[in-house]
Design a protein around this ligand. Structure first.
Ligand code: NI
Length: 168
């Protein structure tokens, strides 16, 4: 396995729309393993392939305390089941050091393929609902900062750009 580097806002590659996985093969499974290693190391609770500059529709998540419940979503599709909304403070490995309240639907159904390429359906609850929606956004080139006011987003952008320059 290998640690992958995580793209950070405002990197334009984070705006790429990921392509569907046509075959769940060993190449995809290796990417999944590397994404889990990268996510656990960061540490984070979710990672989309977009964030490691691989533009395929693959997401890994583990919201468990013990970090022993890895979840894989390949080609995820989401259906919003009702109008109930939920506000949650979100962070992102691609926007390090910032978290803000984001409002999203709470009752959703997700269809996806697992690591073996088998289809499954789930109705996630609580934090998992938020996390899946956040990660699917990444596959569509969207970040949680897009839900904030442009003033807030610009402030975060400027601070991160300054940090990136200092590191370069
Ligand atoms: Ni994120």
């Amino acid at each position: 396995m290998a640690l992958l580097s995580i793209l950070e806002f405002p990197d334009s590659r984070l705006r790429t729309i990921a392509k569907a996985v046509t075959k769940v093969d060993n190449r995809i499974r290796r990417l999944i393993d590397d994404m889990f290693e990268t996510m656990y190391e960061a540490p984070g609770i979710g990672l989309a392939a977009t964030q490691v500059n691989e533009h395929v529709r693959v997401i890994v998540i583990d919201i468990s305390e013990e970090k022993d419940t890895p979840l894989v979503f390949i080609n995820p599709e989401i259906e919003v089941l009702d109008k109930e909304l939920h506000e949650y403070e979100e962070g992102c490995l691609s926007v390090p050091g910032y978290s803000e309240e984001v409002t999203r639907p709470i009752h959703v159904r997700v269809k996806a393929l697992n690591r073996e390429g088998e289809a499954f359906v789930m109705e996630p609850e609580d934090l998992l609902t938020v996390c899946i929606q956040h990660e699917i956004d990444h596959l569509n080139g969207k970040l949680f900062v897009d839900y904030l006011s442009s003033i807030k987003r610009q402030r975060i952008r400027k601070k991160l750009e300054k940090e990136h320059k200092a590191k370069a």
